[in-house]
Design a protein around this ligand. Sequence first.
Ligand code: AR6
Length: 171
Amino acid sequence: MEQLKVIQGDITKFQCDAIVNAANTTLMGGGGVDGAIHRAAGPALYTACEKFHGCPTGEARITRGFNLPARYIIHTPGPIWRGGHSGEPQLLANSYHNSLQLADRYGCQTVAFPSISTGVYAYPLEQAAAIAVQTIEKFMLEARNVREVTMVCFDAKTFQAYQDRVEYRFP
Ligand code: AR6
């Protein structure tokens, strides 16, 4: 399906209306993709994030993109994997859904996601990919502005997992 693309690359360099950040509940930066986004966007992003006073897991907040090519950054804390019986699947779906809803409300047509929760937060990759693809596809049926979503995967293993999932659903 052409509305959902999977590529391998660095999301901080990706040109689109909004990129999503796999943040933590403080929204005050961290390692992984969060650290990379803060470094690339510049210190004004930290100042903008401070004003939110954090964000609950699965919810989303929006800032400008500052020095990034993207116009907006949508920050969402995904769930920490605790074995799968602590509501992790629903929380992960919420992160994708709420991020897309915010992008749509801000008139974004193109949105890029990293693989939320599958790094430091240790969500099993195949399970996370299934939830991401399903949630994005479902959202696209009701989207008013968003027309293209790209999964920007940092490493080959992550790229393969999302690619397999998309092909599995749309051979
Ligand atoms: N572009 C795209 N993807 C990236 C990039 C990049 N530049 N850098 C890393 N990734 P993680 P999480 C991939 O750990 O699991 C932070 O400290 C990475 O290879 O960044 O949601 C936050 O502050 C992996 O596939 O996010 C939180 O405390 C994916 O992004 C915590 O980590 C997600 O890995 C969130 O953990």
